[in-house]
Design a protein around this ligand. Structure first.
Ligand SMILES: O=P(O)(O)OC[C@H]1O[C@](O)(CO)[C@@H](O)[C@@H]1O
Length: 424
């Protein structure tokens, strides 16, 4: 279950106080008619992958194959080919549901790779290589290095059993490589962009390997999609997109903060950051995502959020945690003058700290939205994925930009190839 709130004062009264009620309503009408249009033409496939979709059987079989004798599961991929799976892995870690160790070297780092090789057990290592384009240099370089490392231990004849690939059909270096190896090569859906692919095989196969329910993720996403279709004007995605866009247009909001009060959502905030930045930063437009985790970032970034420029829209994601987690010893804390925490749980503290953060931000005149999920589950994480993808697409529509491309990053890739080939 995913709910949202703007605090004690109604959203309408806050819009009135800011003098943007009329502009909000106008943008809302535009967003709702776009929401109706995309609902009528079948909701975007990325957000609404049915749990009975034909790829379920393919993923289940692939996950079963990967798990045979697997002690270390390495996901090679970057950006949208890794971040969604990382968000899912965090849930599995918290559940302690599998005995497999997960490794997601999503950035290219010589030191990290050396360390990873020293910590892996080659015979129990399975490598899932994900790249929609099949040509991302970092992922391909990692693959080449991993193959040589693994071949030295398990032998060329056994390599295919240690690899699975996900990439688009067609002539692509990664596809060619996987097929030549004789490994399992699965199709990345051609009509779904990398950063929108978390509910496809890209995020769901790793989730299954981690012992999570892909059906659970997709059911949660479907629930969000149906309430988006049924009552768009009330959905978190539509209201969020309209509010952010209106505040950007009329009240100088240029940054969008996502602060999650659950460590487990740390990777989720990274996933959302890519989604937002790459989808909206176009042609001189865009708002900058900021990721934060509570309570820790109260002690690092909060001063700026509270007392720096009033240019941020703040989303606080919470999971009810009253009475949860270890309890603080009453006598011990009282003996040291810590009466305020005596007998409270760690969950009590986190709940109060999130409330304190929201109230402090509001006192400073910041616009704060709380998104509440009732538990840490596949369904709720799936719902968050769907909701934020819809919000991003709606925001792009309001801004008049294409959410689905990322033309500017290509130049850096061209330079990288050139500089590498020019190295002495
Ligand atoms: O899945 P691929 O094609 O390897 O791309 C990885 C990431 O790189 C980007 O293309 C940006 O360079 C992202 O959009 C994408 O998620």
């Amino acid at each position: 279950m995913l709910n949202y709130s703007f605090g004690k004062n109604s959203l309408e009264s806050q819009l009135d106080a800011l003098g943007i009620r009329v502009a909000f309503e106008k943008n809302l009408t535009k967003a709702v008619s776009y929401a109706d249009a995309i609902s009528a033409s079948n909701l975007p496939a990325f957000a609404c992958q049915g749990s009975s979709a034909p790829d379920m059987a393919i993923m289940m079989a692939a996950a079963k194959r990967i798990k045979v004798g697997c002690s270390d599961f390495v996901l090679l991929g970057t950006g949208g080919s890794s971040l969604g799976a990382q968000a899912a892995f965090a849930l599995a870690r918290y559940r302690q549901s599998v005995g497999i160790r997960f490794h997601t070297p999503d950035s290219l780092c010589p030191f990290e790779m050396d360390y990873l090789f020293s910590s892996l057990n080659p015979s129990g290592t399975h490598i899932l290589v994900v790249s929609k384009s099949g040509s991302t240099a970092e992922t391909l370089a990692q693959l080449l290095v991993f193959r040589a490392w693994l071949e030295a231990s398990v032998g060329a004849e056994n390599l295919a059993d240690h690899f699975t690939f996900i990439t688009e059909p067609g002539a692509r270096p990664l596809r060619h490589y996987g097929e030549a190896l004789g490994a399992l090569v699965l199709d990345h859906p051609a009509d779904i962009g990398g950063r929108f692919s978390v509910l496809t095989k890209v995020g769901m196969l790793p989730a299954l390997v981690a012992g999570l329910s892909a059906k659970g993720f997709r059911d949660g996403a479907e629930r969000v999609c149906s309430s988006f279709s049924d009552q768009p004007a009330q959905s978190a995605a539509v209201v969020g997109a309209v509010l952010i866009h209106t505040l950007h247009q009329y009240r100088g909001i240029t940054q969008v903060l996502i602060m999650a009060y659950a460590d487990i959502l740390r990777a989720f905030t990274r996933w959302q950051g890519q989604l937002w930045a790459e989808s909206l930063g176009k042609g001189g437009l865009g708002t900058t995502p900021i990721r934060a985790i509570g309570p820790v970032d109260q002690h690092s970034q909060m001063q700026l959020f509270l007392d720096g420029p009033n240019d941020k829209f703040c989303t606080i994601i919470t999971v009810p945690s009253l009475n949860l987690g270890p309890r603080i010893d009453g006598a011990d804390s009282r003996a040291y003058g810590l009466d305020y925490m005596a007998g409270r749980t760690i969950g009590d503290m986190v709940t109060c700290e999130s409330r304190a953060t929201q109230d402090s931000l509001r006192l400073q005149g910041r616009m704060v939205r709380e998104i509440i999920i009732d538990s840490l589950s596949e369904a709720n994480l799936g719902g968050l994925f769907a909701s934020f993808m819809l919000e991003t697409v709606l925001t792009a529509h309001l801004m008049g930009v294409n959410a689905f491309d990322q033309p500017a990053v290509e130049q850096g890739k061209v330079f990288t190839r050139q500089y590498l080939s020019e190295l002495a």
